[in-house]
Ligand binder design. Structure first.
Ligand code: 2NL
Length: 362
């Protein structure tokens, strides 16, 4: 059978699955030559059919088997080629997964919590939407107090169930009022968090971060305040040559009130905290406000000021971060620019360290 030899040769020479399929159609398809031969069987005499039938069926089976064999061979060759092309070089470095970073404000808040934990302070928190009693009245700022306007407060249009004006807290002090009322005395807390003032320029953002501290106990005096702030600043700036200057000041919630400056030294044209003060190439910068808690505030906190005394202090977390880590644009803190974060952010494993610890050493 001449057609059979040709078909088998064509199958053996086929290079692609498409070529194999075309041959199958030409032989076994409805119009194929094998199908045509099968149809001729019906018109044959029994003798002729007996002679031709087995040959035609054998031709069909031969073609079918050859097609299947060639198809399998082509498929395994294709797989082989893929396996060779797709080798994986296990010695190459793994692709880096994109990593986020810790915002400097978060990092500094962690550092502060760590330092004050070592001094026996717990972290307290409270609502950012406050009422004017906790934010102002309890801090010795009555309705008529000019400081209520001084703060440029964001007020809400509605009052709360007790008829108190609602506002975005302007400082973290209300958290400490709440701590006094709920925990009583003695008390040692820090209150870090977001605060809001209607203020916006190169050095003021309407939202910023504050940390305040409050100690209430018996016989507390300015000496405790000075030692605590000095110990804190030494641990935070990781320097032993921290020099403080205390200046008398005024806050409604403390009496007496003290502003705290820290000495700096000019290094390569930049102010660096440490040493300095009233020397050549040195100066003072204000870092904290503080004082002995006003008797009225202790009363508003539900305590007897003849029995309990305390000191308190407050400062800006964003400013502390700028001073320690050398950022100079406050607004960049809240722009959410990934490039700024990649540069100034901290790794998740940059845990706040306290190399020496703070407090009394043996
Ligand atoms: C500053 C000054 C200060 C306080 C905050 C305070 C809180 C209570 C009672 C008394 Cl509950 N005082 N806080 C005291 C003095 C200063 O902050 O310059 N902050 C940025």
């Amino acid at each position: 059978m001449e057609q059979l030899d040709e078909t088998l040769a064509a199958i053996a020479a086929a290079e692609t699955p498409e070529a194999v399929e075309a041959i199958r159609v030409a032989a076994l398809g409805k119009q194929g030559w094998v199908s045509a031969l099968l149809k001729t069987l019906g018109a044959m005499s029994p003798e002729e059919r007996q002679a031709q039938g087995p040959k035609i069926h054998a031709a069909r089976e031969g073609v079918t088997a050859a097609l299947a064999g060639r198809k399998a061979a082509l498929e395994s060759a294709a797989l082989e080629a893929r396996l060779v092309a797709e080798t994986v070089d296990l010695s190459l470095p793994a692709p880096q997964a994109p990593r986020g970073s810790i915002h400097p404000v978060s990092q500094v808040m962690e550092e502060l919590a760590e330092i004050f934990a070592d001094l026996g302070f717990a972290v307290a928190s409270g609502p950012e939407i406050e009422d004017d009693w906790h934010n102002f009245t309890a801090l010795n700022m009555p309705e008529t107090h000019p400081a209520r306007a001084m703060h440029d407060t964001f007020y809400f249009p509605d009052r709360d169930a007790q008829g108190r004006a609602m506002l975005l807290r302007t400082h973290t002090s209300p958290v400490q009022i709440r701590a006094m009322l709920s925990q009583g005395a003695p008390l040692r807390v820090i209150a870090p968090g977001r605060v809001y003032r209607s203020d916006s320029d190169a050095t003021h953002t309407p939202m910023f971060h504050q940390i305040e501290g409050l100690v209430i106990d018996k016989g507390i005096h300015l000496g405790h305040l000075k030692w605590t702030l000095e110990t804190f600043l030494k641990a935070f700036f990781e320097r032993d040559d921290i020099v403080l200057r205390l200046r008398p000041s005024y806050f409604p919630f403390t009496e007496p009130s003290v502003e705290v400056d820290v000495g700096y030294t000019i290094v390569n044209g930049k102010r660096v905290v440490g040493g300095g003060g009233d020397v050549e190439n040195g100066g003072w910068m204000e870092v904290l406000g503080s004082g002995m808690v006003n008797r009225k505030v202790i009363e508003f906190g539900g305590l007897d000021p003849d029995e309990w005394q305390g000191f308190a202090f407050g400062t800006g977390v964003d400013r502390l971060a700028m001073l320690k880590y050398g950022m100079d644009d406050l607004r960049a803190f809240f722009d959410g620019d990934a490039r700024w974060l990649a540069h100034y952010g901290f790794g998740a494993l940059d845990v706040p360290t306290l190399s020496g610890g703070v407090g009394v050493k043996p």
